[in-house]
Design a protein around this ligand. Structure first.
Ligand code: TRP
Length: 448
């Protein structure tokens, strides 16, 4: 079997995790969900889920991955005392879930390339019809298919290069530039005439917007944005050495991710109101608003190129982490070489991604549970599969793993000075709070 790779440096680990977390979830999905779910109320719920549920879950995935040094399937098998129990097999759900997410994620990744090309051709003008442009990019079949394929090929190539040379080097340079770019766009957006209404929408909660669907979407988005619930963190953590401080690294990752999401909200929402658009536009929101902002900025056409270039990078560092879950599974469980594992998973994802993309154009009429395939997979994975996966993870770590093992892994066998009260609180959340809350919300989401 291939020798397992390890990340080369501490900064590399952090940036790879942040690279996985920060992506289209922050810049595309978060703003459009905030828009469709009533603004500030959604953000408050989101904050609650990030800190109370998802951060402890991130610790937990980290513990599972680093303790086992195995792919997500192997991790649960090796940590299960009874190798025949169902617990030893739950990793398989994660592999499927990563696969599902990657299928629609790569379609949106394709749009980012399309918009990069558009910006290079200087197509964003003050008077352009941006909704029409978005429809062209997503509905006219060959175009999204072509760009989705390019996006997937690039993802596959990086994953083929392996953890250290591919993933780590890639992320290091791009994250800081992306951060600066989003700040820049946010500044322009909040200084547009009429932006105040957008800021109020973002920060002044309207409690009548509190519904079961909003709660479920906010929870799903917290999982999605932090890459929690389908073994991405488990897989990456399995490449991390034993001296890494799990709680610190996870907390930094979560904060960075949150910062990006809030900034993206501030970049988009004020402009939505200033341009007189509707915040409930849905998945097209970012692609319709961002080019309009750039059309109004000095040197906007150059900055737009930079922005879409980096958006594409943010997307690909996340899709890499999704593909790596599947690839690591194939390599270790079926003794494949990396090249072959990448090829097989790439081909399989392509098939589903094509269906997803066509479901926005020629296959629009084909619905599953009332949704087009694209929307169905998006909602299914974020709102149901990820929380359900997370639920299994906390149940496993809370009730199958001895308290002491969990704490030992979190504190590097007791060598890290972590506050004992904090450790107890984390353990309590993992055992009781997280499972109960996730379960309750999943059930109410289903019933209503
Ligand atoms: N978190 C990424 C984003 O915000 C997407 C992503 C990568 C993801 N890996 C994941 C989502 C695992 C859920 C689970 O764009």
């Amino acid at each position: 079997m291939e020798k397992r790779d390890l990340f080369g440096s501490r900064l590399g680990v952090l940036l790879a995790l942040a690279g996985s977390a920060v992506g289209l979830g922050n810049l595309w999905r978060f703003p459009y969900l905030v828009g469709s779910n009533g603004g500030a109320m959604f953000i408050i719920l989101y904050l609650f889920f990030v800190f109370i549920i998802c951060l402890p879950l991130m610790f937990t995935e980290f513990v599972i991955g680093r303790r086992s040094h195995a792919n997500v399937f192997g991790a649960f098998r090796s940590l299960s005392s009874d190798k025949k129990s169902l617990w030893s097999k739950i990793g398989f759900i994660s592999v499927l879930c990563s696969f599902t997410i990657l299928s629609f994620y790569s379609v949106v990744g394709g749009w980012t390339i399309d918009y990069l090309v558009r910006s290079c051709m200087f197509q964003f003008h003050v008077n352009s019809d941006y909704s029409e442009m978005f429809n062209l990019s997503t509905q006219v079949a060959w175009r999204p298919l072509l760009f989705t394929a390019i996006f997937l090929i690039l993802t596959g190539l990086v994953v083929r290069m392996g953890v250290k040379d591919g993933i780590e080097k890639f992320t290091k340079v791009m994250m800081p530039i992306l951060f600066l770019m989003v700040i820049l766009v946010a500044i322009r957006s909040v200084t547009l005439p009429g932006a105040g209404e957008g800021l109020r929408f973002l920060f002044k909660p309207d409690f009548s917007k509190l519904t079961a669907t909003t709660v479920l979407s906010a929870m799903g988005q917290a999982f999605f944005s932090l890459s929690i619930g389908c073994g991405t963190i488990i897989t990456y953590a399995s490449y991390v050495n034993k001296s890494e401080n799990i709680m610190k690294t996870s907390s930094y990752t979560a904060l960075m991710d949150l910062g990006f999401a809030l900034l993206a909200g501030m970049a988009i929402m004020p402009a939505v109101f200033a341009f007189g658009q509707s915040p409930t536009e849905g998945p097209g929101l970012v692609f319709i608003i961002i080019p309009q902002i750039f059309a109004q900025i000095p040197f906007g056409s150059i900055l737009a190129i930079l922005f879409f270039f980096i958006l594409f990078f943010a997307a690909i560092t996340s899709s890499i982490s999704l593909l790596e879950v599947v690839v690591a599974y194939l390599i270790e469980e079926f003794e494949m070489v990396r090249r072959k594992a990448v090829f097989i998973s790439f081909t399989a994802v392509c098939v589903v991604a094509i269906l997803c993309s066509l479901s926005l154009g020629p296959l629009q009429e084909f619905k599953i549970a009332g949704f087009a395939i694209f929307d169905f997979l998006d909602k299914l994975s974020a709102n149901i599969l990820l929380p359900a996966g997370g639920l299994l993870f906390v149940l496993f770590a809370g009730w199958r793993m001895p308290d002491q093992d969990y704490i030992n892994e979190l504190t590097n066998e007791g060598t890290l000075p972590v506050n004992r009260f904090l450790l107890k609180a984390v353990r309590f959340i993992v055992k009781y709070v997280a499972p109960i809350i996730i379960l309750l919300i999943l059930i109410t989401g289903f019933v209503i």
